[in-house]
Design a protein around this ligand. Structure first.
Ligand code: ADP
Length: 447
């Protein structure tokens, strides 16, 4: 096993990795920007190294600084968390070239899945059902219009390099196509430096269902069921649950097996998520994320496994500690993403936390890097905590969520907590009757 690993991240996910490593007897090195000198991950890790100034581009995204920190500290492996360098194939290659271990899949797998067109082609060839759409990239507006007419509207124009909901534009009718095509392209160019786009049939009322997979890199892989992440704002998840309230055990077994077989066939290593839109019982692949997801704790809760521990074990060359038959679902879990954002516009709300009180008790997990007196810097993501509840069934999980939202205190900045207090009262949330469009509509009507 590794003696020491470096965590190339910050915030709650850096703490999450420290916790798993510590339980395994693995020492941790935190890296941080000057703005994060007082951050919780720096305090909790065994060692810490300042790697640059506040902007992420000069610190958490600085490959030379992170490699140097490994060499100075003697860390043997790097856990990337999510975001930052977690899906950067070039980084993985550089890590390996320095005889260090990347805790995650290979550079090749990251590259293939990081490009949504090649990801879709690969998955299709592996027998995974995909959203109907263009074969590969769409070179120009004429081709886009021809395809739209052939497929029938509405269609969605998406950036192959896309992520975080950017570079995605809906064309409801043929008249929208020119605008959708041009804006998707220019947004993609600006955000990702790659303006290649492709076209998909726009699904009108799907749920976002994603399958957690895990592979050992040697042809063995399992699935850990699905998460329903349909409650989204601007294509970004805000509330996630497992198991999916609208997925039957038969559907789970079938799509799960398809996904596990697909990743086993490519010798995938570590944690991955295969995302689908699900409508009328049919699954349509949209993308694969080759990393740990923000919402992984709901899966951990219902399966009773530690995915980060498993990632570290497999990266160190150990076999997976579970086989498919060992994995059974116990109860129901829900996560809500607590962001430092001001409603109704969700504008960032950095600042000093004057009082923080985490909820507790049976079936409650609070993953957060907050503490009393902490100042949330304005430079990074607005996620400041994840409240995860686990119950014997969905009803109990919801009652627990309701109870926890009454206990939690985050004073000093605006947060999305009031949004969740309102959502748990909603009939559709209580019955699980929602699609990917439900929240946007609710926000329009209620905020
Ligand atoms: P990103 O990588 O930017 O998150 P995804 O391809 O994962 O982009 O899509 C994010 C979200 O956008 C989905 O969860 C869904 O809400 C919406 N979306 C994507 N593709 C489609 C589609 N073909 N039809 C309807 N909604 C879609």
């Amino acid at each position: 096993m590794f003696k020491k690993i470096l965590i190339a991240n910050r915030g709650e996910i850096a703490l999450r990795v420290v916790r798993a490593a510590r339980e395994m007897g693995v020492a941790t090195v935190a890296v941080h920007s000057t703005a994060d000198a007082d951050a919780m991950h720096v305090r909790m890790a065994d060692e810490s190294i300042c790697i640059g100034p506040a902007p992420g581009s000069q610190s958490y995204l600085s490959i030379p600084a992170i490699i140097s920190a490994c060499e100075i500290s003697g860390a043997e492996a790097i856990h990337p968390g999510y975001g930052f360098l977690s899906e950067n194939a070039q980084f993985v290659q550089i890590v390996q070239d320095h005889d260090l271990t990347f805790i995650g899949p290979t550079a090749d797998h990251i590259r293939v899945m990081g490009d949504k067109i090649t990801a879709k082609e690969t998955m299709k060839n592996l027998g995974v059902p995909v959203v109907p759409g263009s074969e590969g990239g769409v070179p120009d507006l004429e081709a886009a219009q021809a395809l739209g007419d052939e497929m029938g509207y509405p269609v969605i124009v998406k950036a192959t390099a896309g992520g975080g909901g950017r570079g995605m534009k809906l064309a409801r009718t043929a008249a929208d196509m020119a605008n959708a095509f041009r804006t998707a392209r220019s947004e993609a160019k600006a955000a990702f430096g790659n303006d290649e786009v492709y076209i998909e049939k726009y699904l009108g009322r799907p749920r976002h269902i994603e399958v957690q997979v895990f592979g050992d890199g040697k042809g063995n892989a399992v699935h850990l069921g699905e998460r329903d992440c349909s409650l989204q704002r601007r294509h970004q998840k805000v509330f996630e649950e497992a198991p999916g309230p609208a997925i039957t055990p038969e559907q789970r077994a079938e799509i799960g097996r398809t996904c596990a077989e697909a990743v086993a066939a490519i010798n995938y290593a570590g944690a991955g998520t295969i995302e689908f839109l699900c409508e009328d019982g049919n699954f349509y692949f949209i993308e694969m994320n080759t990393r740990l997801q923000v919402e992984h704790p709901v899966t951990e809760a219902i399966f009773g496994v530690d995915l980060v521990r498993e990632q570290i074990r497999v990266a160190a060359g150990y076999p997976m500690s579970f086989a498919q038959d060992d994995l059974t679902i116990n109860g129901h879990a829900i996560e809500v993403r607590i962001n430092a954002e001001k409603l109704p516009n969700f504008s960032p709300s950095p600042g000093r936390i004057t009082q923080y009180h985490a909820p507790g008790g049976l079936g409650v997990r609070m993953d957060s890097a907050l503490y009393d007196g902490y100042s949330i810097p304005p430079y990074y993501d607005s996620l400041i905590g994840k409240l995860i509840v686990h119950g014997r069934d969905r009803r109990e999980a919801l009652a627990r969520l309701h109870r926890c939202l009454g206990e939690i205190i985050v004073d000093g900045v605006d947060t999305t907590i009031p949004l969740f207090r309102a959502l748990v009262e909603e009939q559709d949330i209580q019955t699980g009757d929602y699609t990917i469009h439900w929240l946007e509509k609710w926000l329009e009507e209620n905020l």
